[in-house]
Design a binder for this molecule. Sequence first.
Ligand code: SF4
Length: 273
Amino acid sequence: MEDVERKIKHSIRRYKMIEQEDIVAVALSGGKDSVVVLHILHSLFKDRPDIRLVAISIDEGIHDYREKTLKTARQICKRLGIPHETVSFEDQFGLTLDQMTNVGERAPCTYCGVFRRTILNRTAKALSATKLATGHDLDDEAQAVLMNLLRGDMERLVRLVPAKKPGLVPRIKPLRSVSEKEVALYAIVKELPISFDECPYVSFSLRAEIRDMLNVFEAKHPGTKYSLMKSFDVLTKSLKKEDVDLRRCETCGEPTMGDLCQACKLLKKFFPS
Ligand code: SF4
């Protein structure tokens, strides 16, 4: 437990994730990672009146899955006395993820990722948050690095490095050096309310394949995930970071590189007129 907390504190300090007067919005799905982030940030900063925590949960509308994790999210916020906001795809975009998946041509995780990012940024801004903390752990980060390398998607790879952009609440990932297994063990030993349910759409994602591949590698060659992240940290120092000027989406006003943000482009397919 001490080792997990030490690693998290070290990441927060090293990457200057949280500073004086920050309002930190925690993206809280109710899964183990996000519950552990909320719990640890609360224990680290509960005696600091200058730092405030709020939690944001998103109800994508995934039948027989999200209801359970949202219950857990409400429980942990109540236990820790943290203000909690829940926002749904249906209220924001007029459709649930299940409905989008039934009628749309894209994979569920594509819709989910794009719309979730939009809601998180929008809601964090509405709550005046200065940082947005997500529960990405070492496994998630290593998967994202490998996935972008295998796709040859350098732009997305560089985007994994935190950067300040106007209109975007800066993201922080306090668990980036803690493995998924350690996070799960931490949650169990600390008796945190967590949901181990898995999203029914997970098998559709490329990430799931990469996850399985990395786990096989890690079992055969322990330390693979750490090594991958170490290489990434070295690599990003030499990668040219394009200073892209973000514009405002013509429809919703969210930051975008083109005329329309990704969410509005996808929504146009569902509501053409
Ligand atoms: S597995 Fe895909 S659809 Fe399910 S919560 Fe994750 S990103 Fe969303």
